[in-house]
Design a protein around this ligand. Structure first.
Ligand code: MYR
Length: 131
């Protein structure tokens, strides 16, 4: 289950990923240490997520398989869906500014929440510990 509050513990290749996303070096440095915390509340196929970081706090609601809009912390707007495949959440989001696709997954692995990202062939991970 994804429910609970998760605090980012470490990143893998996140700087390279953000670079591919065309995020400038100053924002990347800040984003590496954004203290991202997400609280996930799943009820059936509905999710409520509270996101908090050094950049902002934000509430997000989505239903599995239903298109929704989301803006990244740097203001980049995307639109897409999350789907559940087995125990893995799979997200596919399209940037509104260039129509390129960002895919992401969330899975609980060994008690940690692992979020993977892919954009234009570059993979990254952020790994969260439960609070
Ligand atoms: C959520 O479930 O938390 C909201 C929807 C997430 C959409 C896609 C997330 C991609 C975030 C990429 C951030 C990297 C910034 C370069």
């Amino acid at each position: 289950t994804f429910n609970g509050t998760w605090k980012v513990d470490r990143n893998e290749n996140y700087d390279k990923f953000m670079e591919k996303m065309d995020i400038n070096v100053m924002k990347r440095k800040l984003a590496e240490h954004d203290n991202l915390k997400i609280t996930i509340e799943q009820t059936g196929d509905k999710f409520h997520i509270k996101e908090s970081s050094t950049f902002r706090t934000k509430d997000i609601d989505f239903t599995l398989g239903v298109l929704f809009d989301y803006s990244l912390a740097d203001g980049t707007e995307v639109s897409g869906t999350w789907e559940m495949e087995g125990d893995v959440l799979k997200g596919k989001f399209t940037r509104k500014d260039n129509n390129k696709v960002l895919t992401t997954t969330r899975a609980v692995v060994g008690g940690e929440l692992v979020q993977s990202y892919n954009y234009e062939g570059v993979d990254a991970k952020r790994i969260f510990k439960k609070q």
